[in-house]
Design a protein around this ligand. Structure first.
Ligand code: FAD
Length: 407
């Protein structure tokens, strides 16, 4: 049943229409959701309605995993260990065979009248082709992953040219499958001796960790976790930001990621890391601008995962990648997309370049470029920054953070 409006008004109306005396929901943990649901609980309880909230969206409640000093965790590995040592979530219940329906069903709005789908232009074709939203689509994704990809997951998960990961992230975000269901499915695979389960479980725990951080540190989306990063000399580079958003930086792996995102609403994790690092370190653009853009464009946009991941890449976050580890987008491409299949798919104007130049077209001799139909600056951009120069500039900028952290 679909309704829209302020949650309190819509739900109160629905309770009146149905005469329901009890309401149950699964808890959410973003600051805005907590505020909304707490207000709702108070209002409904005052109206004499029994309210029950349940765990389900996370395998572990953010307050249930505590350090020895009884505080929240700030570092991933001990958090992972604590989760693995904890009792773990109950197995999901099987769905009841039947439920008593109400005498008359309250009316549902017709979402077709909400004007949600893009029309002029209809830019959502790639999203429709890539996803099957809903519970059945989520269950099918998990089943395919367990059957076909889990055994090679640990080895291939970093390869954007191979469909090696689960693609469960939007389904988890929208509650179409629960962390509990996935957790127990991994347990069954583990018991059957399937390889790859430990790595996959650890990734699921990264999601738990991000929510744990956001719950305990609600400023995570807005403020540098490490205050010293407030001294970072971000640039207001409008051209650089536009090139990055549009997949026209001149670095094929970065551009392929942006275009995969634009078409499907998804970007492979390795490419997210390289693209985010490029924005923050090569272009010196504030991670919050990149995070906002991701929130606007990803189908799995998730405040906790996105904020924690951006801060991790920027070096400003909890347990973050050291700032001075600056991804070289060419080397990353050569390592994780060795034949350039991912770049060829998403940057077709480079498709005819030989493998050895696919991640660095500017190094190809003129004859090779011409045979491949590539005209630098016309059919494909020249690099918007030189890697070595950008690296040195980023390290110099980081010195300001180092000085601030010593004061
Ligand atoms: P799999 O490899 O199959 O992993 C299974 C599940 O584990 C994922 O569905 C996801 O729920 C969780 N997971 C995996 N990696 C991470 C991670 N690094 N952090 C937190 N959870 C993880 N993920 C989002 O769900 N929403 C976001 O908005 C988001 N923004 C990101 C921004 C940046 C800059 C980076 C580097 C990563 C971001 N991630 C985000 C994390 C990660 O890229 C995606 O969760 C993953 O690519 C989803 O693909 P998958 O379901 O096939 O993952």
């Amino acid at each position: 049943m679909l309704r829209r409006g302020a949650a309190g008004d819509v739900i109160s109306a629905l309770l009146r229409e149905t005469g329901a005396a009890q309401i149950c929901w699964n808890r959410l943990y973003d600051p805005a959701d907590i505020a909304r649901d707490s207000a709702l609980k108070t209002r409904l309880t005052d109206d004499g309605i029994a309210v029950t909230s349940c765990p389900g969206n996370l395998a572990f409640e953010p307050w249930s995993i505590r350090t020895g000093a009884d505080g929240p965790y700030r570092v991933f590995t001990p958090f992972l260990k604590a989760c693995l040592a904890a009792p773990g979530p109950d197995s999901p219940f099987t769905a009841p065979k039947s439920l008593t329906p109400p005498a008359t069903w309250p009316a549902s709005d017709d979402p077709g009248t909400w004007g949600l789908l893009p029309v002029r232009p209809d830019w959502a074709g790639g999203l429709r082709d890539s996803w099957r939203p809903g519970e059945a689509g989520a269950a099918a994704r998990l089943a395919t992953f367990l059957d076909e990809r889990l055994p090679a997951y640990a080895r291939e998960r970093d390869r954007p040219d191979i469909e090696a990961t689960s693609r469960l992230s939007p389904h988890l975000h929208f509650g179409e499958i629960s962390a509990r269901q996935v957790w127990h499915a991994i347990g069954h695979a583990e018991a059957a001796g399937v390889q790859g389960t430990a790595k996959f479980r650890a990734e699921l725990v990264w999601r738990e960790f991000s929510h744990h951080l956001l719950y305990h540190f609600p400023d995570l989306p807005a403020r540098n976790w490490r205050d010293a990063f407030d001294a970072f000399p971000w640039l207001d580079d409008a051209d650089g930001f536009r090139a990055w958003c549009r997949g026209r930086t001149g670095y094929p792996l970065v551009d392929a990621g942006r275009r995969e995102l634009w078409t499907t609403g998804y970007m492979h994790n390795r490419v997210r890391m390289v693209a985010a690092s490029f924005l923050v370190k090569h272009l010196l653009i504030d991670w919050r601008r990149g995070a906002d853009w991701f929130m606007d464009t990803l189908v799995d946009a998730d405040l906790a995962n996105n904020s924690a991941s951006w801060q991790w890449v920027a070096g400003s976050g909890a347990d973050a990648a050291p700032y001075f580890r600056i991804f070289n987008p060419v080397k990353q491409g050569e390592r994780f997309d060795p034949e350039g299949a991912y770049v060829r798919r998403w940057v077709p104007e480079l498709a005819r370049l030989p493998d050895r130049y696919i991640h660095a077209p500017w190094t190809a001799p003129a004859t090779v470029l011409s045979e491949a139909g590539v005209v630098p600056g016309r059919t494909y951009p020249v690099p918007c920054v030189d890697h070595a120069t950008a690296r040195n500039r980023a390290l110099a900028a980081y010195e300001k953070v180092k000085v601030a952290s010593q004061n």
